[in-house]
Structure formats: C-alpha cells, structure tokens
Design a protein around this ligand. Structure first.
Ligand code: NMX
Ligand code: MLT
Length: 435
C-alpha cells in the first residue's frame, strides 16, 4: 500500500535535481521584462515565480500537470489533489487514493472550539469570513509549527507541511458545511460519513436533498474544476507569499482565501448569479437577448464590471465554463436560470467588445478578454440543486482552491523556494532612473 507521502519521497529528489540543473543552465538568463506600466498594472505578464502544479495558457486555459482540464474532466477531487502533487493520475482503486480517503476519514472531525468560535461570530458575518476564521483558529494544531519550533532540517519542511495539508483538507468539508448550516439556520450539523468520498461527503453535510445523486456529481466536478490556476493569481500568490515566511499552512491558506473573497477574484461567482437573477427579476422572467444586452450596457455604464467575464490571463472561453455548461445541458437543460446563463454567453462578449471600443475612444484601456471565466455559469447549477444562498458560493470555490494552494506550498517547501521579497520602487525613483 503506497501513500502520498511515499510517492512524494520518491519524487522530491528528482524535483530537487531538476531545480539545480535548471538553475545551473538558466540561472543567469532573463525570464521576463518588467515595464513601468506592468508595475502599476498588477504585475500582469511579469514572469517572476515558478509553479509546477498547473499552468494557464491564454488560449487553452487550465492545464493540470500537463493535462488540459477538459481531457481529465471526470477526475474526483481526491485524484485531483494527488495529480497536482505528484503529476500522476491514480485510479480510484489505487492504494494512494484509498490511503488518502482513509486519512480524510481519520482527520475529518472538527475540534469543538471551532464550532464555539463560529457560533460566537456575528450572525450576519459573511460565510467567507467564517470559513477563514475557522481555518485560522485551528492554527494551534499545526504540526509544521511544532516541528519547526523543535528544530528541523530544511530538507524535511515539506513533511509536516503535507501533514498540515492533509489535516486542513480533511476538515474543510466539515467546516464549510458547518458554516452553511449555521449561517443559514439549516438545523443541526451533519457529520462526515466514513467511507464516502470527499466531494459526496461535502454535498451530504450541506444537507440538501439529492435523490438522484446529481448534486454529489456536481460537487465532485465543482471541486475538481476550481482546484488550481497556476501560481500568480491573488489567492495562490498570497498563500505562497505568506508561506514563504515559513508561516504554517493554516496561516497561509487562510490568508490566500481572504484574497479569494474579493469580488474581482472568487467572489465573482456570487455576483454572477446575483446579476443573472436581477436580470430575470427586472424583466419578469427569462430575459430575451435584447433585454440582456440592455442590462449589460446599463451595468457597464454605471461603472460596474460584468461579473464572470474577462480574465487576467485567459483570452478564450474558460474551459471550466465549457465543462459546467456541458453538465448543465446534460442534467438541467430546461432550467430557466441555466438557460439565461447560456443566453448571457451569447450576448455579453459582443457587448464587452463594443464597450471596449467606446472605452478606447474615451482614452481608457481596452478590455483584454470578452469571454466567460469559471464564475459565469457555476452558480446556476448550484441554484438548481437548492443551494440558493449565493453569498456562500465562494466557500465552495475555497474548499477546492485549497487543494491547489496546499499542493503549491508542499512543492515550494520541497524544492526550497526562498522567502518572497520583490523590489519596489517609488514614483520619484522612476522619474530619476528609468530611461
Ligand atoms: N466588465 C467590465 N469591465 C471589465 C471587465 C468586465 N467583465 N473585465 C475587464 N474590464 C475592465 C477592467 O476593469 C479594466 O478597467 P480599468 O482599466 O478602468 O481599471 C480594463 O477592462 C482592463 O482590464 P483587463 O486587462 O481586461 O483585465 P484585468 O486583467 O485587469 O482584470 C478581471 C481581470 C478578471 C479582474 C476582470 O476581467 C474583471 O473584473 N472581471 C469581472 C470579475 C470577475 O469575473 N472576476 C473573476 C475572475 C476569475 N476568478 O474566479 O478569479
Ligand atoms: C481563476 O481561477 O480564474 C483565478 O484564480 C484567477 C486567475 O487565474 O487570475
């Protein structure tokens, strides 16, 4: 019976050797240029960090360890996490996956103090604030911090990091489900069911009726699709930066998720469904394409963004949107909210293109990408299965994205990435020094 730790034990010497070879061969070569506009523009396009778990190609989208997302659409989240970490797709009956599931069963119980803290928070706290607080308050469980305090070799840092990662992942579905049931007065908490997979367990603990099992299927897909998006996005980058100070994974993941809670990042999924439902309400039913166009222009002209559209890296329809759309067409083709999302997809890219031309004519930046991202369609699917509290949606995103953040953390500790410290300059420095 092999474990994830044993698999990593085999791989890490190879990663370290590769890192040394790359540094020897390419260490002094230029990776990227940085212009002043890039520095003001969120460092977009500056290549300044390494991430092996996944890459995002502008014209292809998410590629997990060499596998384009839609080619591996059917993976369960357990397989996703092991793939992110090791680069191998293990079958569901492989001992690595079985062991991982046993570990999830063993570690899934939340300490009582987490419930106590959640219950003492203001009842109108945002679910993301509750989730992040729940993770942070468990920091005292960190085996990384304990091992570091006792004294440990740098080469071993990844081992307690992996242990903390397993613990956080095992507890996240219970924590996230507890947030849902408490925040929305759904009654008693539902316990983790040993032997049930990670995604179905989370679906079950939310407590929504699922007689067909299709909600559990959606949850597995949802958790798989949101797992990672290379290293530079706000949440991954924040988690990496905090982790690079050797803050333990509880601190790092909680920090990363605080970034995911921003409306330009993961919170866009709650905003998207809100926008779609507002459009339906405004026009008294599923809107026509003309009505959607009118609403989209109104949104843009009032200075707001259209949530779920545009992306910092992607320049095509996000394959995650395509995959969710496929699921919708298979299981809920007649749902009016899903149909509206599909109609929005026919209209909004053309509206953004027109609006971008108006912006340029007015001397502003063009909109770089008119196409839907991951958040544009997922909410309609959740809504169909009765998960109607859309302020909660970013929590689902978080449970999944923790897999990417944690696997990046393990990888960085394994290869010994240094503490993050880019150089900043002042505006005055630019005027004096940039030629
Ligand atoms: N609606 C209106 N304006 C937009 C949109 C949009 N959907 N997308 C980009 N723009 C604007 C953007 O605000 C910026 O304006 P300004 O120069 O006045 O600040 C201009 O177009 C140029 O931005 P881009 O270079 O196209 O995009 P950038 O890389 O800066 O930002 C996003 C990427 C994703 C933040 C941006 O497209 C956006 O705000 N989209 C809506 C929010 C969203 O869906 N976020 C979720 C992203 C995925 N995720 O889950 O993390
Ligand atoms: C995403 O999942 O789309 C992101 O994390 C945002 C990004 O990649 O910039």
């Amino acid at each position: 019976m092999a474990t994830l730790q044993e698999k990593l034990q085999e791989l890490i010497p190879q990663w370290r050797a590769e890192r040394s070879k790359i540094l020897k061969e390419y260490g002094s070569k230029e990776l990227s240029k940085a212009t002043v506009a890039m520095a003001f523009g969120g460092m977009r396009g500056i290549k300044g960090m390494i991430c092996d778990t996944s890459v995002v190609e502008p014209d292809k989208g998410l590629i997990i360890r060499g596998n384009p997302l839609l080619d591996v659409m059917d993976l369960w989240p357990e397989q996703t996490f092991c793939l992110l970490l090791t680069g191998t797709i293990f079958d569901l009956d492989d001992s690595v996956i079985k062991n991982f599931q046993t570990e999830m069963d063993r570690r899934s119980q939340l300490p009582q103090y987490v419930y106590d803290v959640l219950e003492s928070m203001p009842h109108d706290s945002h679910p993301m604030c509750m989730l992040d607080t729940g993770i942070l308050v468990m920091e005292k469980e960190s085996t990384f911090r304990q091992a570091y305090t006792k004294g440990m070799q740098k080469a071993d840092y990844w081992i307690p990091t992996l242990d903390d990662a397993m613990d956080i992942l095992a507890k996240l579905p219970s924590l996230a489900a507890a947030v849902y049931r408490l925040r929305y007065n759904k009654g008693d908490y539902i316990n983790w069911t040993p032997g049930l997979d990670w995604g179905a367990n989370y679906a079950n603990m939310l407590g929504l009726a699922d007689s067909t099992g299709n909600f559990a299927k959606l949850m597995r897909l949802y958790l798989h699709f949101h797992c990672d998006h290379e290293g530079g996005n706000v949440s991954a980058n924040t988690c990496h930066t905090v982790g690079s100070a050797l803050s333990d994974p509880y601190y790092a993941v909680s920090a990363g998720l605080n970034g995911l809670a921003g409306p330009l990042h993961g919170l866009a999924n709650q905003e998207c469904l809100g926008w779609v439902l507002e459009t339906i309400e405004k026009f008294g039913g599923a809107p026509t394409e003309e009505q959607i166009e009118k609403m989209a222009f109104e949104t843009l002209r009032s200075g707001k963004v259209i949530p779920g559209y545009g992306h910092a890296v992607l320049r095509v329809t996000d394959p995650r949107f395509t995959g969710f759309n496929k699921f919708g067409k298979q299981y809920l083709a007649d749902d009016p909210v899903f149909q509206t999302v599909d109609r929005v997809f026919n209209v909004v890219p053309k509206v953004l293109e027109k609006f971008s031309k108006e912006r340029v004519a007015a001397g502003k930046n063009p909109i770089a990408n008119f196409w839907p991202n991951v958040d544009a369609g997922s909410g309609a699917l959740l809504y169909h299965y009765g998960l109607e509290e859309f302020e909660y949606y970013t929590v689902l995103f978080s449970v999944s994205r923790a897999m990417g953040m944690l696997s990046q953390l393990v990888w960085n500790r394994a290869v010994g990435t240094a503490i993050t410290r880019p150089k900043s300059v002042s505006m005055e420095w630019i005027t004096r020094n940039v030629k």
